[in-house]
Design a protein around this ligand. Structure first.
Ligand code: COA
Length: 380
């Protein structure tokens, strides 16, 4: 029997166009990023995370009278279901917060009466709950893990303020809220990255939004995707003397190792998000006299560009910004999830609205037509 003839597969689906979308456009050649047609350089200036979520879900910016109730509806949902809070207490101390988050998102489906309703209206209500609760889960788990009391969200404030308040237990400063807002906005969406694609594949089977987001969180864990920001901080904190940066980088590259937070599948030039985070890292590190991470980061960046010609991606400076915000390193990737949930939910709704099952083919390179040998006649 002869195998059907097929073209060579596209390894890593590089440059494959898997579906149409109106949510986000990445121009990797010119280093541009647009959410529903709006340049990230404009969105990074002032708009809030809530405005950004509204844009991704509705393909337009909200009016003044729309934004306020939208913000409040989101913040209201930052109160977690009681069974989930009890479950936090049973999670072993050694568990990584991303592993906890993957299970917690899946768990949320148990307490939502609309889990299996894939109508656009139910999806929208569940998306509100998911966006609000992912941030609340991260903050709540952190508090419980440290044997601290859970706080209620402040309904007059937005997600950025409330996340910091629920996480740290104190009211954040205006500068901290601004930095958090920038983190949320810059990480909110990035077309068919691995986690979003995982969400869309899952949604394309007409599985529910919780199933799709659970798949997405799982994909985000890996160090080639969202897990990179934690690896960046591990690298930065392992370099004691900024003078040793060049030798460290040269040594890593000589061993064929990857420098975390550098390179990108789509951007051939600088990732536009890195520019904004670099600026904030500098600003926050100046205020934090104990931090030498900005200086080390700049030297790493200059060396990697010089030797390899590759640029920092979103994860590189996000590590320093999160450090300056007082977020523990093992939580960095969860913060990526707390932002990207905006994009994941937008993509699940877009997929459900015009669905076609995602089912590619593989190129079979194994044996064909082998004769089955009974156990009694096999060697060994
Ligand atoms: N450090 C060192 N070299 C890197 C590199 C990195 N971070 N990223 C890419 N390269 C090199 C590769 O070794 C390869 O070099 P070669 O042609 O001399 O062999 C070249 O750049 C192309 O790399 P390739 O593996 O084809 O790129 P990709 O599209 O498969 O990889 C990433 C994209 C993101 C997986 C990759 O850049 C990477 O591993 N980065 C580090 C992890 C990270 O920061 N992830 C977050 C992404 S937002």
């Amino acid at each position: 029997m002869e195998a059907e003839k097929r073209d060579a597969p596209v390894r890593g689906l590089e440059d494959v166009l898997a579906a149409e979308t109106r949510i986000c456009y990445v121009d990797g050649v010119n280093g541009k990023l647009y959410y529903a047609g709006y340049d990230i350089n404009d969105l990074a200036k002032k708009p809030s995370f809530e405005e950004c979520i509204f844009l991704l879900w509705n393909d337009r910016l909200p009016g003044r009278r729309e934004l306020e109730p939208f913000r409040e509806a989101l913040v209201r949902e930052m109160t977690l279901p009681q069974p989930l809070i009890h479950w936090f207490k049973r999670v072993p101390a050694r568990v990584h917060p991303m592993v906890m988050l993957r299970s917690a998102v899946s768990d949320l489906a148990l307490y939502d009466e609309e889990t299996e309703d894939n109508s656009p209206e139910a999806n929208r209500r569940k998306a509100v709950r998911l966006v609000a609760r992912v941030s609340a889960i991260i903050a709540g788990f952190h508090r419980i893990h440290h044997k601290q009391e859970l706080l209620e969200p402040d309904l007059k404030q937005g997600i950025s303020y409330n996340f910091l308040r629920l996480f740290t237990g104190r009211n954040p400063t205006q500068d901290e809220v601004e930095a958090m807002q920038l983190m949320y906005v810059l990480h909110a969406e990035h077309e068919f990255n691995a986690s979003t694609f995982a969400a869309r594949v899952t949604a394309s089977t007409l599985a529910d939004i919780y199933a799709a987001v659970t798949a997405a969180v799982g994909a985000l864990i890996g160090p080639l995707h969202g897990g990179a920001n934690q690896k960046v901080m591990e690298m930065l904190s392992g370099i004691e003397d900024p003078e040793g940066v060049e030798d460290y980088i040269d040594g890593m590259l000589a061993k064929g190792k990857r420098i975390m937070g550098f390179g990108h599948r789509v951007y051939k030039v600088e990732d536009p998000r890195a520019r904004h985070l670099r600026k904030y890292a500098e600003k926050l590190c100046k205020a934090d006299t104990a931090s030498r991470y900005y200086e080390i980061s700049r030297r790493i960046e200059q060396r990697v560009i010089k030797v390899k010609g590759i640029y920092p991606n979103v994860d590189f400076y996000s590590a320093t910004v999160q450090h300056a915000l007082g977020i523990p390193v093992e939580y960095y990737t969860t913060m990526f999830a707390a932002s990207r949930i905006a994009g994941w939910t937008a993509h699940v709704m877009e997929q459900h609205a015009d669905n076609r099952l995602m089912r590619p083919r593989s190129l079979y390179v194994g044996h064909l037509a082998r004769r089955y040998v009974p156990m009694s006649k096999r060697k060994g």
